[in-house]
Design a binder for this molecule. Structure first.
Ligand SMILES: Nc1nc2c(ncn2[C@@H]2O[C@H](COP(=O)(O)OP(=O)(O)O)[C@@H](O)[C@H]2O)c(=O)[nH]1
Ligand SMILES: [Mg+2]
Length: 320
């Protein structure tokens, strides 16, 4: 999709401000339980394999994971590469190195031919494990790897894929889903490879109880790491619009058939609702008449679906 030059008469917002009373926060009980389970199993874990969304390589990673990274061997898998603009992959890797993350792989789990998982993954995991003391597990011949990350980044999809491709086990797969919060507790050991013998543990997606930065939270929301209703579909689309405009990225104008860029989410929602005949009926105040309005929520849901399917093109939501 081309990124045509548009002239826009107004000024775009310079910062994104949440409406009063709104917070970007989601920390249900199963996350607390997941943290407790992970910490209780920490002694037997040789490596943490952290999966994160490649569209947000630097933000949104839970501080707990950064702490675990210091104690245990760590490999970061930036997944959903099919949706990310990786033209500056080397710069991303370099910046992650400066943050202490030195073992990084990029994956796309929708393509069944992931060479990276076939050939590079386990050697890198073993290298990471050999580079850290294993304490009580020094003589253990098998490797136990906890798969961790924020919700909806592909942890369960990854384990299913690895198990299928490396062991040919056809047992019941882990549940996956396009929404946050599908996995609710730490799984048992799942054999993922014979040579070297590697076992994986699936875990529920964990966010920080208090997401400090508004934009960090909104990027997580835009990538679907929180259930949409927690923030509100329309507000997430507003952030998307703000982000595209701020980066002079006007692919959305052409895709949604607008005549020019807009910084007003209501204009976009109204337009998409009308184009798709998304209408909601409401009774008039006296109850005698039915009134029809463009359905902004349905429009926002469609826009988010298309963004997350990559229809608006690949993105990296932060400065590299
Ligand atoms: N586009 C894309 N979608 C993916 C990829 N990996 C996983 N998904 C999808 O992301 C959603 C969340 O996956 P899931 O494994 O349940 O995530 P988890 O919450 O981290 O365990 C599912 O709809 C998957 O099909 C990927 O590489 N690219
Ligand atoms: Mg899961």
């Amino acid at each position: 999709m081309s990124n045509k030059l548009f002239t826009f008469s107004g000024n775009f917002r310079k910062t994104f401000v949440l409406p009063e009373g709104h917070k970007v926060q989601w920390f249900p009980g199963h996350m607390q339980k997941g943290i407790a389970q992970l910490l209780a199993r920490l002694r037997s874990i040789d490596c943490v394999l952290e999966i994160h969304d490649a569209r947000i390589p630097f933000s949104g990673r839970t501080p707990l994971f950064k702490d675990m990274m210091k104690m245990k061997a760590h490999v970061l898998l930036l997944n959903k590469c099919d949706l990310a603009d990786l033209s500056r992959k080397r710069d991303i890797v370099h910046k992650l190195h400066t943050e202490g993350v030195d073992k990084v792989l990029f994956t796309n789990l929708t393509s069944d031919k992931s060479q990276i998982i076939q050939h590079d993954l386990f050697p890198l995991v073993v290298e990471a494990i050999n580079g850290k003391p294993r304490y009580n597990r020094e003589i253990a011949e098998d490797y136990e790897v906890a798969v961790i990350g924020v919700p909806n980044v592909g942890k369960s999809t990854f384990i299913n894929y690895v198990r299928r491709s490396h062991t040919n086990v056809k047992k019941k797969s882990l549940r996956v889903g396009a929404k946050a919060g599908v996995t609710k507790s730490l799984s048992g050991k799942i054999r993922a490879n014979f040579n070297p013998p590697v076992y994986l543990m699936d875990s529920p997606g964990i966010l920080t109880p208090q997401i400090g930065e508004v934009e960090e939270g909104m990027k997580l929301a835009l990538c679907g790491c929180l259930p949409d209703h927690i923030i509100g579909e329309e507000l997430i689309v507003d952030y998307m619009l703000y982000w595209f405009n701020k980066h002079s990225d006007f692919r959305y104008v052409e895709h949604f058939n607008l005549t020019e860029p807009t910084d007003n989410v209501k204009i976009l929602l109204n337009h998409v609702a009308k184009e798709n005949c998304f209408v909601k009926r409401m009774k008039s105040l006296d109850g005698n008449e039915l009134k029809y309005f463009p359905d902004f929520t349905a429009a926002a849901t469609l826009i988010l679906k298309q963004f997350r399917e990559g229809v608006l093109g690949p993105v990296i939501l932060e400065d590299v």
